[in-house]
Structures are given as structure tokens and as C-alpha cells.
Design a protein around this ligand. Sequence first.
Ligand code: CA
Length: 435
Amino acid sequence: MKHPNHPELRSFIPVSSDSDFPVQNLPWGLFRRHEASESSPEVGVAIGDQVLSLTRLEQKGLLKVASEPLFQSATLNPLMEQESETWKYVRECASHLLREDNPQLRDDSQLRQAVLLPQDQLTMLLPAVIGDYTDFYSSREHATNVGTMFRDKDHPLLANWLHLPVGYHGRASSVVISGTPVRRPKGQLMPPGEELPVFAPSKRLDFELEMAFFVGGKTNRLGVPIPLAEAEKNIFGLVLMNDWSARDIQKWEYQPLGPFVSKSFATSISPWVVSMEALMPFASEGPVQEPLPLPYLRHSDGGKHHFNIELAVDIRTRESSQYQTICRSNSRGLYWSMAQQLTHHTVTGCNVRPGDLMASGTISGQTPESRGSLLELTWGGQQPLALKDHQSRSFIEDGDEIRMRAWAEGPGFRIGFGCCTGQVLPALDAPASHG
Ligand code: CA
């Protein structure tokens, strides 16, 4: 039997060649049907423009994985809590059911109607209950650009950066699903040349192009670090992320403990969680790490711990009906691997839990068009981006929509992530009722 990643596998469900979701992908997601707002959320995998409901397969006794049901609790957490062998097994079951040479689902129209749902009739939901969210800072090019602009162009990287994956603890409560509008934040700003801060809407609202992984599997007990060689077993899958950032609020607040309310107002993620298994054909080597990291962070197996994933950011301004691409990047250039991030996160004994979300940091590359934020693309707002129809942008304006895309190209198919979108709404006029 062919492996679920086999490039020649085909489904009986037609999948166009430019689809993000061929049978080789099968990303996990949580959804609710439009026409049934009272209905419970369901877990499924995307296939073409359809979704195969694992919740319904399990209800019908056609998918038995563990002693307890895994897909009846309106979140992916029970699946994330299983070990990687179980994720692989469920993916194999779904792949098997969807193959063009398997009549079980293909030839049973009643069953097909019950368990296959068109994606355009579904609302995607946040896939997991996220206990904790951590954001790293793992692109050397991004850290260098920001260090050059904000601190010291001759020494843009701080002394620790090449020795450990720098990160900060973000807010899990404000992680939202793609499509959720984002309210322009108000906060403290220090206008140039002034001595006292003012309270005003952010004038320098930005996106950050990131990828993030969900923690899964049997995680570590408090006090016991996850060794590097074990870390990838604790990565359930990846999503795209927009770490919305208010640069003017950030600039005033960030010293000495890092970003706080300038980033905690919203973080958008794409709804489909692409499994590590589906990404394996796209594993690649990362940049050479020089100086060599300390032994606990050293990949000494010569293996591939990065992924060749193409990334794009598009903007649709409030004046326009069309998206324009403003950034093209690739996740393979990240300096620190996800395994190194997770191992470092736990090195002092911090316990992580299934459903925790860990983001890469802005993914910038070496060329100007691969810079993953407006801060870098416009060099601090000094070089506004020229857009179509005589428009330009230094930072995001009200009504603008940001869309991120990610995909890896295989022989005859692509493993895509779908989109991560968000439109910016004007700041609130007056203090709103907090309810
Ligand atoms: Ca970030």
C-alpha cells in the first residue's frame, strides 16, 4: 500500500493542480456548518475543496483510534495529546478512505454525503484550546534589520542571539482564527521630539509573517527538559501566523522586558494544521550555525530540521478590490529550527503542554522583497511601498486587509496551508463597554 505522501496517490475527489489540499496533505482543522449554527464543532481533514469529517466517521464506528473517542470534544486537543504514531495512523486511515481505488466511501453516496462537506459551507474555528503561546525571534535577517534600525547598525545582533533562540511569552487569549477583523489598538506613544507620551491610536500598525507549531504528544514533566533528539516528536503540526504589531507602542514600551501590549491585541493563525508527516518530503538543512551552539542545542545527526516552505504576503487596500503581493519569503532560511526552539524553551525545566503554540518570529530573507514586515519593507516607514493605482503604504491603514499564504511544491502536487487573513478596523472612538 502506498504511503500517504506518495506523489502518485490520487483521491476519487477531484483536486485541482493548484489546490493546497491534495490527498498528500490532509491537514487537520476544526469547523462548524453554516446552516446549523447550533451544531457542534467537528474535526476534519481538508481534501480539495471538501472536508472529511473525522467526528462523523468516528460516530459511525468507521474510525476507531483509542479507547476513548478523539473527535467528539470540539477541539483538536485530544488528538494532540496522543503520540505521533497515532497522528500518523489517523492520517493513514483518512488517506486510505479517500483513495481513488478504494470503493468504501467512493461508491457509497449516502455515507459520502454524511462525512464529506464542501468547505464553502463551513466556518473554520480556532483548532485548539491554546494554553500558552510563545513567540521566537529566529530569523537572523529579521533580527539584523530590526537591530540596525533601532539600535546599532555596526552591531545589530545582541551578544546572545547566535547562542540561543530568543523568544518572549505572548498572549494565548488573543490568538484568533484567520478572517477575524483586527481592531487598530490605542496605547502610549512617544512622539518624536516630545518628552511626554500621548495616548492615541497606533499610527504604525504592522504585520509579521510567521509560521507557528502546535505542541503535541507526550510532553515533559515540570523540571525535565525535552532533549533535542526527542523534540520533533512533540511537534503536532504547523500553521501560518500574522503577529500583528503596533510599532510605535512597541518602541516606547519594549525596554527592558520586551514587547507587551504592542503585540498582545491580536495574533491571527490559519485554520488548517499541516502535519509534520506531510511536510517530511520538504525537510531541508538550515543555515550553518557558527559559532556552534552549546551541545544541548546542537543538531549532530546531520539531519534536515528545517522546511522548504514558500511564503507570500498580499495586501488589499481599502481603495482596491485586488490583492497585491508585497513579500515573498521562505521558512528554510530560519536560523533556529523548531526542535531547537522547543528544546531551549524547556531547558530550565519549563513544562509544555499539547495545544501550546510556538511561533518562529518574522521570517525575513536576504533580499529586500523577502522582508516579512512593513517595518523592514519600508525601512521604518522611510521608503513607502509603491502600490498599484498610485497608492502607497508605510504601515497598515484602516480597511486594509493582509493575507498570508504558504506552500511547498512537490512533484505534481503542492502542500499548502490555505490563507491567514485579517482586515484592520478603525480604532474605537471612545472607551467601549468592556463586556
Ligand atoms: Ca513576532
